[in-house]
Design a protein around this ligand. Structure first.
Ligand code: PBG
Length: 335
């Protein structure tokens, strides 16, 4: 194919022309946000009629199952397609082996059943990792040296994913970063009759300081000693993220996630270019807190900050984004 190069330059070409009026800007926009781009993380706690605000996440609360159902209805009414559920497990249900993750009556399963029953039109994504259930706050099982062991952890994660699927989860999302867990979970889902349960792999999940408020929200922060650097990725690495993604796709992931979001948009763009599969980003708790703090400090207008951040995910190549701003942003978009 021959290409003609047109050496047009100023003043023949003025890129400001298409920006001069609102209708023209709308017509030339390369990306659009819609409520269908958002997955809304919800924190669930015990009891009924309970709302517990989370100090480090202003505007975000933990909800008892009945109140979470009400939030799910609001989300569905605004066109949000999916919720991500996270339990704040009672202290006395946490143990070294995280066994409560396998209990068909744990908070997560109660929430799944209640929301599916009342709001069947919304999708439910559930986190597969042991940190809300372990007494030590790590995502897996420890050996005597405190190292998080891989293969024995994968066995428990498989049980956790099956437990969530049996309760009605639509997408299981392993966030633990163990090797080989996607293949093991896919195989078990197929064997147990859950062929249509999707897997969204937290494929490139970094050992990040931005998770602090989340750990307060699920109550694992105070329990955690040390860090998660022996399984979550080193923020110095980009090429390694492509290897993680390639493995998770080969093992059967339907979609992959990059996490955190904004500091890792280069990774999103590289993954999208390399694999052209559905890529999601998790705009994590610390990112949300940063936006709220900036707005509170008068560093920017809140709605503008929220929407510009969310648009950055679309521009980088995301299919969608997990964001604590989901309901607020959906309401802004719906006018
Ligand atoms: C648990 C998990 C974490 C987040 C999602 N799933 C925390 C962690 O890995 O320590 C963080 C989400 C957020 O910060 O909003 N494995």
């Amino acid at each position: 194919m021959t290409r003609t190069t047109i050496n047009t330059a100023y003043p023949q070409l003025r890129l400001r022309r298409t920006r001069a009026s609102a209708w023209s800007r709308a017509m030339h926009a390369e990306h659009h946000l819609s409520p269908a781009d958002f997955i809304w993380p919800l924190f669930v706690t015990s009891g009924s009629g309970v709302e517990e605000p989370i100090g480090s996440l202003p505007g975000v609360s933990r909800w008892s199952v009945d109140r979470a159902v009400a939030r799910a209805k609001e989300a569905a009414a605004e066109g949000i397609p999916c919720l991500a559920l996270f339990p704040n497990t009672p202290e006395d249900k946490r143990s070294d082996d995280g066994a409560h993750a396998l209990d068909p009556d744990n908070l997560m399963c109660q929430a799944i059943r209640a929301i599916k029953d009342a709001v069947p039109e919304i999708g439910l994504l559930t986190d597969v990792a042991l940190d809300p259930y372990t007494a030590h706050g790590q995502d897996g099982l420890l050996d005597e040296t405190g190292y998080v062991v891989n293969d024995a952890t994968v066995d428990v994660l498989v049980g956790q994913a099956l437990n969530q699927a049996a309760a009605g989860a639509d997408i299981v999302a392993p966030s633990d970063m163990m090797d080989g867990r996607i293949g093991a979970i896919r195989e078990a889902l197929e064997a147990e009759g859950h062929a249509n349960v999707q897997i969204m792999a937290y494929a490139a999940k970094y050992a990040s300081v931005f998770y602090g408020p989340f750990r307060d929200a699920v109550g694992s922060g105070g329990l955690l000693k040390g860090n998660k650097k022996s399984y979550q990725m080193d923020p110095a690495n980009g090429a390694e993220a492509l290897r993680e993604v390639a493995l998770d796709i080969a093992e059967g992931a339907d979609s992959v996630m990059v996490k955190p979001g904004l500091p890792y948009l280069d990774v999103v763009a590289r993954v999208k270019d390399a694999f052209n599969i559905p890529v999601f980003a998790y705009q994590v708790s610390g990112e949300y807190a940063m936006i709220e703090a900036a707005a509170a400090a008068g560093a920017g207008e809140r709605n503008g900050l929220v929407m510009e951040m969310l648009m950055s995910f679309k521009r980088a190549g995301c299919t969608g984004v997990l964001t604590y701003h989901a309901l607020h942003a959906a309401r802004l978009l719906n006018g």
